[in-house]
Write a protein that binds this ligand. Sequence first.
Ligand code: DGJ
Length: 727
Amino acid sequence: MAISFDRSTKTFYLDGRSITYAFTVNSYGYAEHLYFGKKISHDPLFFTRGGGMGDHEPLPPEVRRGYASYDMMWTECSFHGTGDYREPCVLVENAAGDRLSDLLFAGYEILSEKPRIPGMPSSRGGETLVLHLADKFTAFSADLYYTVWEDEDVIARRAVYRNGADTPAKLRRAYSFSLSLPGQEYDAISFYGGWARERTPERTPIGHHVYAIDSKRCSSSASLNPFLVIAGRHTDEDRGEAIGVSLVYSSSFVLKAQGTGGGDTLLTGGVNDFDFGYHMEPGEEFYTPEVLLAYSDEGLGGMSRAMHDLLRDHLIQPRYVKSSRPLLLNNWEGTTFHFTYEKLAAIVDAVKGTGIDTFVLDDGWFGKREDPSSGLGDWFVNEQKLEGGLDRLIEHVHGAGMKFGLWFEPEMISEDSEIYRAHPDYAIGVPGRDHCRTRQQLMMDLTRADVRDYIADSVNKILHSHQIDYVKWDYNRDVTEQYTLGLPPERQSEFAYRFALGVYDLFERIVEGNPDIFFEGCASGGARFDPAVLAYFPQIWTSDDSDAEERTKIQTGTSYAYPLSSMACHLSSCPNHQTGRTESFATRADIAHLGATGYELDSTKLTEEEIAAIREQTAEYREMEDLILFGDLYRIDDPFTGNYFSEAIVSKDKSRAYLIAYRRLGGVNSEAHRVKMRGLDPKKNYFVPELSLILSGATLMNVGLIPNFGGHASGDFRTAKFHFEEK
Ligand code: DGJ
C-alpha cells in the first residue's frame, strides 16, 4: 500500500520509491501538511508544528480557533478570508457576494484505479487518495486528489471544486494545489524564452514575496514553461534537495512560490486566475489540471530523472513512448512552401536506403498556400501544386521503403481561405473590433463544439482517405482577443480554460482516434512543450532553431523537465537558416542524436560523403536509441555557463552508457578539459572502445576522461564521444 492512514495520529502517509508525503487532520479539523521529502518512517510528526496553530496549545479547540493565526497553518488547500493571508489555492465568490472559505476535512477515499479528469489529460496508474473538504458555512466543497506510485518519486495532485448550493457561485481562483515547505532557504528555477530560444534556466532566490511565473496566452508558451524547480539555496546538479513542479496543462497558467511572514514557503498554482472567473451553477464542478511534484535529494539531476521516469512510465502514451521512433527527413528547411511533386520525389530518392525511414511533408500542401497568409483551415489537397495529389507522393515514398508523414495546423484559420469566407465566425475575435494577425493568421474558436467538429472532420477525412503514417501537428501563434460567440457575457472569463478543453477534445478525436498514426507536436518550434501535449504526442519539435550550438542550450534547458525521447532534434543544413553559423556534419548529427532524431534539409543538395555519413549516423543512432528511450540522463558540463557541454545517458541496469562532450570554441595550446563520468556503477567494469580499455565505474567517475576534440587547430563546435559496455 502506497497510501496509509494512521488513525491514532490521524495522519496520512503517501510513500513513493524514496519519498514520503504526509499530512494530518489537526484538532481544529483542517487537513494540515506535515512533510514532503525523502522517505521516512510513519512516526508522529506533530512536533514539527510550532506556529500560531500549534496543537501543543493547552486551550480547547473552539477557543483556540479564535486565537489562531491561520496563515501559520499549513492547510493542504490554502483558502481566503478567514485569517490565512498567504496565497489562496481557491477563491470563491459565494451567492451572498462574500469571498470567504473555511474548508474542513470531511472524509477520504483510497482508490486503486486512478480516475481520469473529465476532458483533460493526466498521468495513469498509481494509488489515489481523495480528500474531501467541505466549507463549514456554505455548500462549497473541494476534493483534493493525490496519486503516488510505489516505483516513482513523484506525487500528482489536483483539485475538484463543487458548488453544492442551490444558488450560483463564482470561482475567482481555482488552483490545483498548495504545498507548504519548511523555512525559506530556497531558490526558484524557471525556464524562460521565446521563439527559437526556448527554455533557458533562470535561478532566483525566493524571499519574503510572491514569486510567480505565468502565461496569459491560452498556451503554455515559449515565454515561460509551466515547470518550476524549487531548490535548496545550495542545491546543485548532483547534491541537495529539489522539487520539480510540472503542470499538466496547455493553456494560461500560473505557478507561485511565496516566502511567508511565518518563515515558511508556500507553493501553489494551476489555471491562471488573471482574467479568469468561472460561473458555477448549482451542483456544478470545476476540474483543475494535474500537477506533478517530483522530489529528489540528489540535486537537479535527480529531480529531472524522477520527472523523466514519471512522464515515460505513466503519462506519455504507452503505445509509443518506449518504441523505436521514426528517423525522418522533413522538407521544411529544405523547401519551405515552395515545392512540386518532382522536387519532393527527388528529396525522397536522395536518401533512399540511408536508414532514414520516414519522409514528412511540411506546410504548403493544402488549400491555397504559398506563404503564411492563406489556406489554413482548408484541409484539402492542393492538386495544382502537388500534381497527382497526395496519393502519388505517398506511393512514391512507400515505394522508396519509407513511411509518409504530413503537416497540419488544425487550430488555425486564414482570412484568405474558403472556410473563413464561409464561416468568419469560426475565428476568435470580438465583433466590431480588430484582430491581431500574428503570422498573418487567426485562430479557430475551439471553445465551440461546431468549430471543433469542422476541424476534426476535415483533418480526419484526410487521415482516413490516404495512407498516412505520421502527423506533425503545428501551432504557430497564441490567442488574442479572448472572446467567444458561444458563451454569454458572464462566462467570457472562462475562455482560456475552455480553450484548453477544446484543444484536448481535438487531440482526443484526431490523435486518439487514429492510434496507428504516429503524432509529433510542434508550436513554432517548442512553444507548447508541456506534459499535457506529451500525454498525446510522444515527441515535440524542440525549437525552430536547429543550429547545433544553440541546441546544446535549448535541449539542456528542456531536459530539466522532459526526457530526451520527447525532444525532436534534427540535423539541418549549413550555414544554418536561423543563425548563419556553420558546424561540421558530424557535430550537427551528434547534437541531433540527443533526442528523437531526424534531418531537416533539401537532401538533393547533399554531397556523396554526406549521404554516406547519414548511413553511418542512422546506424549509430539505432545502436544508442535504447539509451535515449529508457536511459537515465546525467547533465555534466553546463552549456549556459562555460565553453563545454557534456551529458551522459546510462541504462537503468547500469550496464551501458554513452557520453557526449562538446567544445564551443577551440583554442591554441588549450588546457585539457576533463569530464568525470556520472551514473555508472562504481563496482562494474566497462569496456570503452574509444580508449580500447576496460575501466571501472569508480575510475571513470572519479578520474574522468579527456575528450579528444581533434587536437591542434581543430576549430570550433567540436564533439567527442565515449561508449561504455559492461565487461
Ligand atoms: C513552424 C514549425 O516549427 C516549422 O518546423 C514548420 O513546420 C513551420 N511552422 C511551417 O509553417
